[in-house]
Each structure stands twice: as structure tokens, then as C-alpha cells.
Design a protein around this ligand. Sequence first.
Ligand code: C2O
Ligand code: CU
Ligand code: CU
Length: 513
Amino acid sequence: MSGLTRRGFLGTLAGAGLAGAGLAGCGVAGAEVSGKALSSALPLPRAFTVPLPIPATARPVSPGRYEVTQRAAKVEIIPGTTTEVWGFEGTFPGPTFDVRRGATATVRVRNELRVPTSTHLHGGVTPPESDGYPTDVVVAAGRGFRPPPSAHGHHDPGQWTFNPGSKDYVYPLDQRAATLWYHDHRMDFTAPQVWRGLAGMMVVRDDEDDALPLPKGERDIPLMICDRAFEEDGSFRYPSLDPSLLVRAGVEGGYMAGVEGDVILVNGAPWPVLDVDTARYRLRLLNASNARRYRLELTGGGRFVQVGSDLGLLAAPVTHQSITIAPGERFDVVADFSDRPVGAEITLVNTLGQGRARDVMRFRVTRAVRDDSRVPARLSDVEPADRAGAAVTRVFDFRRTGQGPDQAWTINGRPYRPGVPLAEPRLGSTEVWRFASDFHHPVHVHLGHFQVLSRGDKGPSATDAGWKDTVDVRPYEIVDVLVRFTGYRGRYMLHCHNLEHEDMAMMADFQVV
Ligand code: C2O
Ligand code: CU
Ligand code: CU
């Protein structure tokens, strides 16, 4: 198989805080289960008691220039306890960047954490040196850094770039209005570092989107949904933090499937509540979970009117009774509370969840108003995807390979090796990329934006519409997407966005030539 040795793989996992996890194999408990649940050790708050926080908006230090610091901070997530987060500006989520198409944003990321970081703008059309390559790391000033020995071949010193103190990430944002997000992407440690809080959102706006009569201002709300588990003292629980759990994990097969928590957070608050008017709301849904998929529904027969996908407006709105959202995906939807009475309570639920993971958040109608917003029948021009224009079809097989202790998550049978591209698409070309899988693998492509062409012998699902960068590939499914490579030549990557899978080597480089 991969040439990955048990020692090397375990070494990598130990460093990532996942020692002993999952090497005995992972049973797929149910067709819709995409990870293994971790339970909290402290009493959990009642749902719908904590108000929904809205992350602060990042303020430029001068036009187009931002500075953010990654640092540890104690915050109150579960009422009455404190949790140490590793956050951009010490917050979780980090600040929301509100930026405009074509206006370059230069973000200086300063790292004051005791671990190296690499920041990636998910969905960004970004030059390669600012894309958050996993071995292009920022290390706190005064801290030394030695690349860890690893089975992935990235102990090769030539693969590492070491930025002392900070790095300037340049985002030209020459792309449509969309909801993007940023998160840590450090080699082998993305899952534990995002779990601790290194993630935030970016809203790119443009004239086309602004001109639509969609809900705006306080009724245009980013919702970062993710799951976490907590220790008795309020700190985040992750497999590495509990030795007894680690031992059991090793015996039972553990967390190879991915880590799920039993607390659902929206914008960093557990099962929050938002007071709303009798009006329409634009909800920018992001699944920022490590492994959990959600099937979102509104109680009381509410519908989602989808206006945008991962990468901006759809051609026309699509109405859904439920939306399945995989890690990394975004859905830009309008929820209409205008015909609900004051006093009504509408719950956003996750019908894939068990127990308390079935609830997400609640909207409470508190004020009757007149609302002029509406969802027009035409939203934008989205060129229909045409397979005929594709230069080539490439197959990427997302699969667990190897036996027993030699198992790994791989693409085309290969665990990730930085610097070894699996594909060399031409700048300006369009290709069909075929993703095959053995499990739930939300496949994400950097730089290249795509449209879903087919799922097996069926067409795309209703929730596949529009331009995307992440697609929910389900067990034993073959999904074809049409990817367009515009922007920049250079080294980029594709990977599974189940962050535990990503850290367990389900990632590959491609080189735009
Ligand atoms: Cu959202 Cu390469 O990641
Ligand atoms: Cu990305
Ligand atoms: Cu995966």
C-alpha cells in the first residue's frame, strides 16, 4: 500500500493529539453517521437560553490592511464555566471580514500560540503563497521550530516554510460575492487546532448582490455551526485530552471516522436563541464542524429559500424543506418569519442528530414589523455546466487503505505527500473531476470553483446547485464535478474536509500550470 509504517503513522497521530485513535478499524454505525461522538463531562445548559452572538467585524488598520492575532483566551461558552480557546483575536469564531470583490485585503496574521499555524481562506481565489499551504507555517516570535519527523514525507526540510512571528496573507478577492471562511490548515494538526477555535467567516460583497432586495443589515446573519465536547472544568474535550478515552479508542476502533461533539454551537454559543421580527432573514449557514453532517430543518413547516451556494448567488432561488450540509459547505438561505405571530418559536433542527445534537438553535418572534425585502425570481447569471468543454476527466478515489495498524485515509491509494502533485491542470482550463468514495468524504478543492454534474447515474441533488468548492460525497458514491481553474498558477490542494481524515493524510497537491 502506501509505505506508511505503523510507527510513522502513530507518531503523526500522537503529535496531532490522536494517538491510538482508530487504528483497529472503524465501524460505520449508520449510513448517515460521519464521525464518532464524544460526550461532555459537565452538565450542559438548557437549549435556547443563550443569546446568539454575532462575531465582531474585523476593522482594517488602514484601507485594505488588517492585522489579527492568534492567541489563547478564556471565554464563557457553557454558562458558568470558562473554556480556553485558541482564536483569531482570542475569539471563537474569529472576527468576520466584511470585504468587497476586487478590493485586495492584506491580512497580517500574528501567531502568539505555542503551536505553529497556517491560515487558509476557504473558497478564496488566492495566490499560492497566501493559500495557507500546510507546511507554510507561522510560529510565535521567539519560538523555535523543527519540522516533526513524519511518515508523510514532510520531514523533508525543503517542504517547509517557516515565518517567524507573523505572515501577510494577500487576498485579491477577484471573485463573486460569497460567504467564505478562514481556518487553520497546519500539517497534521488542522483538526485539533480548528476544534480549539481557529476559524472565522468572511463575507465578500459586490454590486450585483447588493442590488438585490434580499434581507440586509441586521437581517443578514452569518451562522457558523459546529459541534464540540467539554471537560468537567469547561475546557474543550478532544480525544488527546482524556487518556482513558484514548485507550478505549485504540481498542474499539476510535476516532478514525472523525470526531463529533455532543454540544451544538452556533457562532460559538450552545443552542442559542435569536429574537427576530416578523420578517425575512438571510442566513449564511456554514458547517464548520470537524466531521459532523447536519440535515437542517425548520420546525412548524418552515422552508429554506436558497439564494446562494458555497460561492455566491444561484441563478434562481431553490426552496428546500431540508438541507444536508457537510463540513466546509455553505448555504445562503432566506427564512421567512413574516407570517408568524409574535410569540412564535421556530427551531432550527438537525434531523441527522441523536439526542441533544438534534437541536441547533431557535428563532423567537418578538416584534411585528413591515418588511420590504423579497426574493426575486432571478438572482444572477450562472453559466450552465457543460461537460463537453472539459479538457480531461481525472479520477480521485477517497478511501481507507491498508490493513489493521497500517490503515490510512488516502486519495488514489496514496497518503498525502507535500510537493507531489496528483494533477496538473492548465490555468484557464475546465476539467471533470470524478470523486469516488468508501465513506462520507466532503471533498474540497482549493482555488478551483466547480459545479456538480452528476451523482452516480443521477443528476445533481437539489442542494448541489450553483458554484461550489466543497461537495458532500457519500459512501460508495461517484460524484462528477466540472472545475474551472482561473486565477493563478502554482501549488494548491484538494482534500477531504472531515478534518480528522485530512490530518490522517486524505489530502493531495495539484499544480496549476
Ligand atoms: Cu477549508 Cu483546505 O480547507
Ligand atoms: Cu479551502
Ligand atoms: Cu473523508
